[in-house]
Design a protein around this ligand. Structure first.
Ligand code: ADP
Ligand code: NG1
Ligand code: MG
Length: 455
């Protein structure tokens, strides 16, 4: 597979890139050598299952992170942001730390930088002057963090003349974003690199594979932001879910006589058991109880001490957890994985009621995220219901949740009425939300993946 394409700046982005180039020049006194662009994404279906090894179905959005960069020969990294609320960071290329306990914007850049330097075994990384601009709403489930990490990774590769394919970059950026502390599954980085304009993608993992999914005609996907921010690295909620899924897999593996320590994903457990998703649902119901598990019970079932449990299964910010919800998390993952394949099948086969079926799958996904995965919030539940009342065929939270955006499937001929109703129902009556309505409520098309732009 090819490296990210190098293209001239397209005419519709000319003004934006001219401004970015001027900001760069003002700060550093030279022109940038190149621009890198990595998009955010909206996940249409398949939430919180990538880290369990299951396929997901996202598309890239127009909003992105763009970096103007130039190499330097002084081994210095200078990271500046056009948004003055993100203060400048400087360091030498080999003397920085990524502080998981206090994630700052430049730590995401450093994740991508460190990942590529390690992967390509670059002895003496080139110094870099960077000016960054982002349009992905932050901490809103549209993956601003991964767009930033991906943009940094590709910038670092190019600055050091390392040729990495889009797939390699996706894989490197998946593991290196974990330096910030979140144990993500790879959906965001994969779609940021592998997206193509005009098509959503089924993303499968291990091995990484992206397959076109052609969406039915006559409908549009609309994003609406609940305006509740949820920073995934600053709080443990995200990793708690990852760990609960891991323990669910390990407890089932143990009771089935499998080597449980090696099994870390529900998808791998399913493969080891050689059962289909439906049968896997039965296994989950039979072997896990609905009440939360105490840490002592988990240790007893696995036959380990608390210290061993921390070592084998928990992460830094989840090591002190004392209760785990296992049944409901595994039940969500299992049913959500199934909905992804159903969604893809409806898109491929396009039955007469395709759009109605897609809407129903999205609604079921939201209900499962809300009731089994507990990753919605009151504002998102209100917003998705309002979207349905305003004419959407389906509406669900997108991304990690706990706040952030909903995605709704809307008949194209009802789009204007839909936007009006959601604006008046959710945004107009709140001064903070109404200020942000333009960037918070918009229709979106499947966008292109990461590219370099030349001056
Ligand atoms: P998301 O759902 O958007 O990926 P995360 O909580 O994972 O949310 O990441 C959000 C963090 O990414 C922000 O707190 C900030 O540190 C960083 N970030 C995102 N966009 C930008 C930007 N334009 N400039 C600087 N940092 C950004
Ligand atoms: P967001 O909400 O964009 O940070 C996160 C994860 C994904 C995936 C989704 C939930 C990272 C980088 N991203 O996305 O891998 O698990 O939540 O489906 O951890
Ligand atoms: Mg993120």
């Amino acid at each position: 597979m090819a490296e990210p394409a190098v293209k001239p700046v397209p005419s519709h982005l000319a003004d934006r890139f001219t401004k970015l180039r001027e900001s760069f020049k003002q700060k550093y006194g030279t022109d940038p050598e190149f621009f890198a662009r990595a998009p955010g994404r909206v996940n249409l279906i398949g939430e919180h299952i990538d880290y369990c090894g299951y396929a997901v179905l996202p598309m890239a959005i127009e909003q992105d992170i763009v970096i103007a960069a130039a190499t330097t020969d002084d081994q210095k990294l200078t990271l500046a942001n056009v948004d003055p609320s993100f203060s400048e960071f400087t360091s030498t290329v080999d003397a920085f730390t990524i502080d998981k306990s206090q994630p700052r914007w430049f730590h995401y850049f450093l994740c991508g930088f460190k990942g590529v330097v390690e992967h390509c075994k670059i002895d003496k990384p080139s110094g870099l002057n960077v000016m960054l601009e982002g349009t992905v709403p932050k901490s809103s489930g549209l993956s601003s963090s991964s767009a930033l990490v991906c943009c940094s990774g590709m910038t670092t590769a190019r600055a050091n003349n390392c040729s990495l394919s889009k797939k390699e970059l996706a894989e490197v950026c998946t593991w290196c974003e974990r330096y910030i502390g979140t144990e993500g599954g790879g959906m965001d980085q994969s779609i940021s690199f592998l997206a193509e304009a005009g098509t959503a993608k089924l993303i499968e993992f291990n091995p990484l594979k992206a397959t076109d999914v052609s969406l039915p005609a006559g409908v549009v996907f609309v994003i609406s932001n609940s305006c509740v921010e949820a920073n995934k690295a600053a709080f443990a909620h995200y990793n708690v879910r990852v760990v609960e899924c891991r323990l669910a897999a390990q407890l089932i593996a143990k009771s089935k006589g499998l080597e449980w320590r090696k099994l870390r994903k529900l998808g791998d457990l399913q493969a080891a058991l050689g059962v289909c998703l439906e049968e896997m649902g039965v296994v989950v119901d039979q072997l896990l109880h609905k009440d939360p598990y105490s840490r002592d019970e988990v240790c007893k079932e696995l036959g380990v001490t608390v210290e061993e449990l921390q070592e084998t299964s928990l992460s830094q910010n989840t090591k002190d957890l004392t209760t785990f919800q296992l049944h409901d998390r595994a039940a969500h993952v299992n049913s959500e994985a199934d909905r992804v394949f159903k969604f893809k099948a409806v898109c491929d086969e396009k039955p007469d009621d395709a759009i109605v079926q897609l809407g129903q799958l999205m609604n079921a996904s939201h209900a499962s995220c809300r009731d089994l995965y507990n990753c919605s919030c009151a504002e998102l539940d209100q917003l998705t219901q309002l979207c349905i009342d305003a004419g959407a065929l389906g509406s669900r939270l997108t991304g990690a949740g706990f706040g952030g955006c909903a995605v709704s499937l809307v008949p194209a001929n009802k789009l204007q009425d839909f936007l009006k109703a959601v604006q008046s129902g959710f945004y107009d009556n709140s001064p903070t939300r109404s200020k942000r309505v333009a960037e918070s409520l918009f229709a979106t098309q499947p966008g292109d993946g990461a590219t370099f732009f030349t001056l």
